[in-house]
Ligand binder design. Structure first.
Ligand code: ZN
Length: 222
């Protein structure tokens, strides 16, 4: 008799040589944790819109954008140097592949789109610390969403019945996604955290101003 998946509440049969069912195993491999909810395109689009508004509403918006674009260019230049160096020496394949991912994606995707996506993932983890099951899941989500910005990272498949072509993301090794995520989040998560902190401080100041105003109206000393 096949055993059931290790995840509490999951009644599906576990796969051979695995304590998990195919769904939870796929989550583990793609998103870094069996219970990690994928970060959908819709969720990302909303987060990116919000992050763009938060940056653009700042008085130093232009300087912030210039700094973010320079940071991305630095990440790309470093990756290019790493690729050149690793090609001539023996290294972990997934590491080389991840550095190549940076070069390719920077070539194919718009800089602004990459920046907004990565800063949004930093912002979201700061907004809701339960959104990502573990740091690994967060890094892998960042790596995966980064790769999804470039056309080369999709594989074309043809539906045999309809003859229609579909583009599906190419699955890559978890270590490669994690390495990619760590590289990008080390640069773009801090601006995301900063945007969230600024938002919290603004809300606090507004709250204090409202309390002070209410006290003035009621005649209390503020
Ligand atoms: Zn399961």
């Amino acid at each position: 008799m096949p055993s059931t998946c290790l995840i509490a509440g999951c009644r599906r049969a576990s796969k051979r040589h695995s304590p998990l069912c195919s769904t939870h195993q796929q989550n583990q491999r793609r998103h870094g944790h069996a219970l990690q909810r994928p970060f959908t395109k819709g969720e990302l689009t909303r987060a990116k819109t919000l992050v763009r508004q938060l940056i653009d509403s700042r008085s130093n918006a232009e300087a912030v954008w210039a700094k973010l674009i320079a940071s991305l260019e630095q990440v790309r230049t470093e990756a290019l140097a790493e690729v050149r160096q690793m090609e001539t020496s023996v290294h972990f394949r997934w590491k080389l592949a991840a550095e190549r991912d940076i070069v390719t994606t920077c070539q194919e995707a718009q800089a602004e789109d990459i920046i907004l996506t990565m800063v949004a993932l930093g912002y979201m983890s700061s907004l809701d610390d339960r959104r990502f099951e573990t740091d690994t899941a967060w890094f892998m989500t960042a790596g995966r969403r980064f790769r999804l910005l470039a056309r080369s990272n999709y594989t074309a498949t043809t539906n045999p019945t309809t003859g229609k072509r579909h583009w599906t993301p190419t699955d890559v090794a978890p270590k490669r996604l994690q390495h990619l995520g760590v590289r990008l989040m080390s640069v773009f998560a801090p601006p995301g955290f900063a945007l969230r902190s600024a938002e919290v401080i603004t809300a606090q100041k507004r709250g204090e101003a409202r309390t002070a105003a209410a006290k003035l109206i009621t005649g209390d000393k503020p």
